[in-house]
Design a protein around this ligand. Sequence first.
Ligand code: ADP
Ligand code: MG
Length: 313
Amino acid sequence: MRISEIGEFGLIERLVRPPKRESLIVGIGDDAAVMGMTGNAVLTTDMLVEGDHFRTEWSTPRQIGRKAMASNVSDIAAMGGTPEFAFISIALREGIEVEFMDDLYAGMHDVADEYGIDIAGGDTTHGSVMVINIVIVGSIETPVLRSGASPGELICVTGPLGGSKAGLELLLAGKDGPTGAVAKHLDPGCRMDISSDIAAVANSMIDVSDGLASEVNHICDMSSVGAEVIAEWIPLSASTREAGEVLDQDPVGWALNGGEDFELVFTIHPDRLKEVEDRCTVVGRTLPSDEGRTLVVDGNRLPLTGGYDHFNE
Ligand code: ADP
Ligand code: MG
């Protein structure tokens, strides 16, 4: 069905769901939302542009909606906050139909419902490509910052890395490979499920949107520490390894320089590891800043940025 048949307001009405949170005093339908707030608020926003961040040939509308919401929730998870409200701004291009919007919002509601988030407003306009921008508002007690690390901590990740990039490479190459890798790219999820457990013990934290090397470097920059990451310790899923064989590429490179895995990377004092060791993998340690940032591959010490692919050739 064409959107013009029901109009912009008809469309919004169709996409709205009843709010779950009592603190939402005014939701969709007025000029602005009103919410009751106590304590500190945490806010994040992330934009997805058709062609650059998603393709309708590869993803179903539901997958696009899930990924858009999960990538935003991941930023709240990486701070140790609780997401509460989402605002969705969308530019629609010619040819987008009502059913596409139904599925897109079904995907956003999948993730919103999982974490108790109310969609409390947004904006709808037209564009030459589709753009989806989400704002999430939540609450936070003690934020876990990128700047909180000290030398002598363990660097940990909450799950396997490189899977999203593996899936992207398979799609770009047009090759059949393990379906798990492609699924990880199209529907990566996020680690809101364990974020508060990790936040309780971590000294610094960040989510993997650009790859492990980049995220560890952000922690080093902001905390003024050095770091050593052991390549052999980086967890990879079976489907990521299999995609590496299919494409004749090294999956460790995807873990380091890929991205959009939306796992959490954090640093923790060694004495506290036992509290979360069933939910994470140690991949390295922090060092005094003058010791620099190193990747250890088969006993060889390489710079943690840029050198890895070169070493592979
Ligand atoms: P205004 O013109 O006053 O800015 P709008 O007509 O844009 O208001 O929006 C009407 C209501 O619908 C508002 O509550 C707004 O937050 C909500 N809304 C608009 N677009 C969306 C969307 N894509 N998703 C969710 N809510 C939306
Ligand atoms: Mg208005």
